[in-house]
Design a protein around this ligand. Structure first.
Ligand SMILES: [Zn+2]
Length: 501
């Protein structure tokens, strides 16, 4: 655990790249020691794909690291279950499933897919359809304050009334044009200015709707994030963000709506996660250049996927290649086996001399570098490298000295547990270092004591047969000068994933 002194030091040292100011800034939350965080979640018309996975895993690491530093986090994330477009309506009509049934089903899928990646739930999942009243109230507030107006097909936000508009995206509102780069919606004809955006849409025949003072319709997409973040976290958030495609117009509009309504700053630190490119290789069972999380988890394993996505800094693009994923899988297997092996050291009261002072220093240095990397705008790639520098060093050492002292093994496990829980989240205890079943442990130790008895009787043939059988099952056995170590060689993940279905 962090001491209060080191905690104060690290609290002051965190730098976050703020998309609004386009520079790294020291992180100072509104209220000391507390972080109000709101992140954009999924539009539950489809299954979550690996591009989303990258963004949500980053938020998970951000939260876990902030907690490690000693912050108390209140995190809210939305679920958009009101986004209706022609494609989705066509799909719904073709399948005979009601729109709401589809979004409820995909909301459950979303929870399941997040859990499969070791991502912890937020304090609140804010579901859009359960907050229509709050959205209507916010639209009314904007109308009352002159920031919005009613047109024939809905209510719009008037960007000319809000001078900071365009600051986040670095855009001059005067240069906004219809259809330029396809970002401004061409279909909204009734607005005063081309950059004005919709707050409330009147329903067309056949579309889902809610009643409002402006007739039956539905909220525009942007208003939900302003209304729901304000409800749970107040007018000013410490951290908010999403994928880079959320920056404009979604976050620009969120700032306008929120600040126009409250007169207070909306978000202190905006963070945006870069895209993930699927590259040339076709690895999807679905159509086109699209890979769902569940496909990817089935093919590569959740931990491998998570490590792959974290090996690159969140503001740099990633290209998904089979070769790199394979390499990541091998790296992970080395870590997993090492942890199994260290775990077996710590359970035996040994007689191994404390001869590794250099190792202790090396571990402390890697730990310090790991924390320093994350303090520098959550540089997970550098943090991952520190972790594997240590893994490689230990493997190198194992070639000449196959044993550890309990103190060294414990120091290593302490670092790996700390770092692993930040990087892998819930997958760390679930997949990387699962606690061995105590009955399995007792059984193996019983077999090894039998083997040891046979060896003492110089019955090497039968002793070796026990070892060979254990290795067939998946247990490695190594004799050092002082003792016999055993560890689980590999987890048969293929079989496990089959059982899970
Ligand atoms: Zn949002």
């Amino acid at each position: 655990m962090v001491t209060s002194q080191s905690r104060r030091r690290t609290l002051a040292n965190l730098l976050i790249y703020n998309s609004l100011t386009r520079k790294k800034e020291p992180f100072v939350p509104l209220e000391s020691g507390k972080v109000r965080m709101y992140t954009c979640g999924l539009t539950v018309n489809y299954l979550m794909h690996i591009g989303h996975a990258r963004t949500y895993i980053i938020w998970d690491v951000v939260k876990r690291f902030l907690e490690y530093l000693g912050y108390e986090i209140r995190h809210v994330s939305n679920i958009t279950d009101i986004s209706v477009d022609d494609n989705i309506l066509k799909r719904v009509r073709a399948s005979g499933e009601a729109f709401q049934q589809l979004t409820t089903r995909h909301t459950q899928d979303y929870y399941r897919d997040r859990h499969s990646l070791g991502i912890r739930d937020p304090y609140t999942y804010a579901i859009a359809t359960q907050h229509i009243q709050e959205m209507i109230e916010l639209v009314q507030q904007l109308l009352d304050r002159g920031f919005a107006y009613e047109a024939a097909d809905g209510v719009y936000f008037r960007i000319s009334k809000f001078p900071p508009y365009g600051q986040l995206a670095g855009l001059d509102p005067a240069t906004l044009q219809v259809g330029a780069s396809g970002r401004v919606d061409k279909d909204q004809y009734d607005k005063e200015h081309v950059g004005d955006f919709v707050l409330w849409k009147q329903a067309k025949p056949g579309e889902p709707f809610w009643f409002s003072p402006w007739g039956p319709g539905r909220p525009g997409w942007h208003i939900e994030c302003s209304a729901m973040s304000m409800k749970y976290l107040g007018p000013t958030l410490d951290i908010s963000g999403g994928g880079e495609d959320n920056l404009f117009p979604h976050h620009e509009n969120s700032i306008a709506q929120s600040q126009a309504a409250t007169g207070q700053p909306y978000v202190r630190y905006w963070m945006h996660v870069r895209h993930l490119n699927l590259g040339e290789e076709k690895m999807s069972k679905s159509t086109g250049n699209f890979l769902t999380v569940r496909e990817a988890v089935e093919i590569f394993g959740a931990s491998t996927l998570r490590l792959f996505l974290l090996a690159t800094h969140y503001r740099k693009p990633i290209t998904f290649t089979l070769k790199e994923l394979e390499r990541t899988g091998q790296r992970l297997e080395r870590l997993r086996q090492l942890l199994n092996r260290l775990q077996s050291v710590t359970t035996i009261e040994p007689n191994v001399p404390e001869n590794q002072p250099k190792e202790a220093r090396f571990i402390l240095e890697r730990r310090a570098e790991f924390v320093t990397a994350l303090l520098d705008d959550f540089s997970t790639g550098r943090a991952v490298n520190q972790l594997f520098r240590l893994v490689n060093r230990i493997y190198g050492q194992l070639e000449t000295q196959p044993d550890f002292s309990v103190a060294t093994a414990n120091a290593l496990l302490h670092f790996f547990d700390e770092a692993g829980s930040i990087l892998f989240g819930d997958l760390y205890t679930r997949e990387i270092r699962p606690k061995p079943d105590p009955m399995v442990r007792s059984l193996i130790e019983l077999l090894l004591s039998e083997r040891s008895r046979l060896r003492n009787q110089k019955n090497y043939q039968e002793a070796d047969a026990i070892r060979a059988r254990l290795q067939d099952i998946g247990f490695n056995v190594a004799d050092t000068q002082q003792r016999t170590l055993w560890w689980i060689a590999s987890v048969n993940r293929k079989k496990k994933s089959k059982d899970a279905h």
